[in-house]
Design a protein around this ligand. Structure first.
Ligand SMILES: [Zn+2]
Length: 269
């Protein structure tokens, strides 16, 4: 299917300077995402005050706040208290820095490009908050649903119906899974956060994406779940948050799932 937004970069890689620039911007955005990840669950402003060392509280100097580079120069230690800085910070910056490049390769300079990057940024924040706190803040998903539905229709070439059904089916499917799981096992397996998250993914990627997302996330979740049992001897009741797998599957959908889904639906028609 050759839509206006499905063209990509026609196999030609962007010039090197473009890739370098995009990667630097991505790393800076990743630095901001780190702030969001630590502050949103505490309901602290993501703009003010400036970042502080979580251990000694000393404000971080601007020249110590360069993504990845500062971490390496400081050898992962705070300049003031020598307390260890989590490797998570540069990791989030590196992961975020990769996406402007790979999304450009996928979308080219189309309106879909910034929308997809914004979407991935939100998923990175949700993933790490869910890993840290086992919650997916409503403050991210609930405003995200209408905003990303709008972006999908205006910039991603989705129809209103595809996006709307994505919200409805996305929320509905996991809601019923959650209700039945709890009725059968007496345990709460799937939180309301996961329900809102799948609605958000459906809003941006459309209802057709949901089958791929549910299959891919369940598969990844099962693999990691079994690995945790084998490595740590914990049983399945040891709750592994499902949000990161939903987010991972959604990002995978941007790159391979969309084509697979088109193929699937073309067979059925
Ligand atoms: Zn410190």
């Amino acid at each position: 299917m050759e839509g206006p937004f499905s063209g990509g970069w026609n196999g030609i890689f962007p010039p090197v300077w473009f890739t370098v620039l995009f990667t630097l911007v991505g790393a800076a955005v990743g630095s901001f995402l780190n702030v969001c990840i630590s502050r949103i669950p505490q309901s602290i402003s993501i703009v003010f005050p400036a970042s502080r060392c979580p251990q000694c509280g000393h404000p971080i100097r601007f020249y110590d706040n360069i993504p990845v580079v500062s971490y390496l120069l400081l050898k992962g230690k705070c300049r003031d208290c020598r307390g260890g800085i989590s490797f998570r910070y540069p990791l989030v910056e590196i992961v975020t820095a990769i996406f402007p490049g790979v999304l450009f390769w996928k979308y080219g300079l189309t309106p879909a490009y910034p929308a997809a990057f914004l979407f991935v940024c939100l998923l990175i924040v949700i993933t790490l908050i869910d890993i840290d706190q086992q919650i997916i803040p409503h403050v991210l998903t609930l405003p995200g649903i209408p905003i990303f539905a709008l972006l999908a229709v205006l910039l991603m070439g989705l129809t209103f119906v595809e996006s709307f059904l994505g919200i409805m089916i996305g929320a509905g499917v996991l809601y019923f899974v959650a209700v039945y799981y709890e009725a059968l096992t007496g345990r709460e397996g799937m939180g309301g956060g996961d329900v809102n998250l799948l609605a958000l993914l459906g809003a941006f990627l459309g209802w057709k994406s949901l089958l791929f997302i549910l299959l891919a996330s369940s598969l990844m979740g099962a693999i990691v779940g079994i690995a945790v049992i084998l490595l740590k001897g914990k049983d399945m009741r040891y709750a592994i948050p499902f949000g990161p797998f939903l987010c991972g599957a959604a990002v995978l959908y941007l790159f391979i799932g969309e084509d697979l889904t088109e193929l699937f639906f073309s067979f059925r028609m």
